[in-house]
Design a protein around this ligand. Structure first.
Ligand code: SF4
Length: 493
């Protein structure tokens, strides 16, 4: 680069570093500082970069898939899934044409299934709106479901070497330490500043390499706990390291209060069919299939608590942890018995009162449904679906945690009694003939008009494990298997 060009670049850098906020450290105003930082980082990355499958390509589709999979998921886990996914759907067209159930099946185990749903929808939009050509501008990318500023920046910089900044958890932490930023990085003002800094520091060329180097440093060296500062290529630029405060940064925002919910899932049987609901857009687990589920109003939840307080507490079936929000319990559900769905086809005849051996002795479950609960569920079903049901017994209780929620979900079995009267039916056009029709599969029409549908057990069995309905069916069935085993062992002793 000529001296003249160097000077122009330094000037441009200076202009950018006089940004919108006064929080920028003085060192950032020195072009030499920024150039030195870039050089050190890029040369470290050239030596230390991990060989990952998505780094061997410039295909924006593959890079996009990897970026979506890497959200909230460790890199070694993603490698396996990425290769399998790309083998099944090598192009955006192939993904767009795929059945959503197949996409979810290949996502099973990665969690956060909403990502897969949105990826699939975005692929369809790329084909329909952009003729299958991957969008090359931020504006176009931001129109796609599941793509935000970070993902757009990553795709454009890595695939097309466009000068776009990135900021995600790893780089936020890295910047907070490099700048010794004293505030929590999640606040709006912090995000504004960090995005600004991320843009200022970008090189003119090799932007994709530079962004990947930042992410690599954040995920392998500048770790959330015990950062490996002695091995860090940019430690001389790091204000937190110089002050010895790197372990205390970034500052965390106070944790939000945990909300507690009591829910009821209703498994309604009618001959060899069960009643399912496709979860609507805007709700948690949107697009997936669930049994009708209702949150008890606070007064009823209190009443239930009171009713159960005299009985010994039921054991927690699932560990309370920062669960993935799109699953009931990922690890237990994926393989509770090794072949969790093997007996789903027998569900109508093989659903005795579910009590696992673990919970049988301390369970507060009853074979019957308390009248207040029966009344509530009957009314809710009638209002929401137009069908009349009679809850007959409690099958199991599942407790799980989803990030900010703790949920105690009571699962009841119910019998189908009939349709509500004609006046109600006419207000819900989807509930008449369709509800009476034999459900050989999942009717896509269920997406409109409430999303409720009768589904045959074979279709339930074919649902991906990400669907709450299939997962819950497996838990219920597993409890039953355990209960039977428990009884057998009691007989032996
Ligand atoms: Fe992170 Fe330590 Fe490097 Fe600073 S010196 S960027 S705290 S690893």
């Amino acid at each position: 680069m000529s001296k003249n060009e160097d000077g122009k670049r330094a000037k441009a850098d200076d202009a950018r570093s006089t940004g919108p906020t006064g929080d920028i450290p003085a060192c950032w105003r020195q072009p030499e500082w920024r150039q030195g930082f870039r050089r050190r980082l890029l040369s470290w990355f050239a030596r230390q970069r991990r060989d990952l499958p998505w780094r061997r390509t410039k295909d924006p589709y593959a890079i996009w898939v990897s970026e979506i999979m890497l959200q909230q998921t460790q890199t070694p886990t993603v490698v396996r899934y990425f290769e399998r996914f790309l083998a099944a759907f090598p192009t955006v067209e192939a993904l767009a044409q795929a059945d959503q159930a197949e996409v979810l099946r290949l996502w099973e185990g990665l969690g956060y299934y909403r990502r897969a749903v949105l990826l699939h929808q975005a692929a369809q939009k790329i084909v329909s709106d952009f003729g299958g050509q991957f969008p090359k501008t931020v504006e176009q990318l931001l129109q796609l479901p599941g793509i935000g500023r970070y993902t757009a920046g990553a795709i454009l910089s890595i695939a097309f070497d466009q000068r776009r900044p990135i900021l995600e958890a790893n780089t936020s932490r890295l910047w907070a330490r490099l700048l010794a930023y004293p505030e929590p990085v999640g606040s709006a003002s912090a995000q504004r500043l960090l995005w600004y800094m991320a843009e200022c520091i970008l090189p003119r060329r090799r932007v994709g390499q530079f962004n990947q180097a930042l992410m690599e440093l954040g995920s392998t060296v500048c770790l959330p706990r015990q950062p490996r500062c002695r091995e860090c290529p940019v430690s001389r630029f790091c204000l937190a390291f110089q002050k010895g405060i790197q372990e205390n940064l970034p500052r965390q925002r106070p944790k939000p209060a945990i909300e507690f919910y009591q829910e009821a899932a209703l498994i309604v049987r009618h001959n060899d069919r069960v009643f399912l609901r496709r979860i609507a857009e805007g709700e948690r687990w949107a697009g997936l299939w669930d049994f009708p589920r209702f949150t008890f109003p606070p007064e009823l939840a209190d009443q239930l608590d009171h009713m159960q307080s005299s009985a010994p507490k039921q054991a927690w079936l699932f560990p309370l942890s920062s669960e993935q929000p799109s699953t009931i319990s990922q690890d237990r559900a994926d393989s509770p018995t090794g072949n969790p769905l093997s007996s789903c086809a027998r569900l109508p005849t093989a659903w005795p009162v579910r009590r696992s051996r673990k919970t049988a002795s301390s369970s507060a479950l009853t074979d019957t449904v308390p009248p207040v609960v029966e009344d509530f569920l009957t009314r809710q079903m009638r209002a929401d679906t137009g069908i009349l049901v009679r809850p007959v017994r409690q099958l199991t209780t599942i407790r799980y945690a989803v990030t900010r929620y703790r949920v105690c979900m009571h699962c009841y079995e119910a019998e189908y009694v009939g349709l509500a009267d004609q006046a109600e039916k006419t207000t819900k056009p989807w509930e008449g003939a369709r509800l009476e029709r034999s459900g050989d599969g999942l009717d896509q029409a269920a997406q409109s008009g409430g999303g409720f549908q009768w589904v045959g057990l074979d279709a339930l069995e074919k649902l991906p494990m990400s669907s709450p309905a299939r997962k819950l069916a497996c838990f219920v069935q597993t409890s039953s298997v355990n209960a039977l085993k428990g009884k057998a062992s009691q007989r032996r002793t």
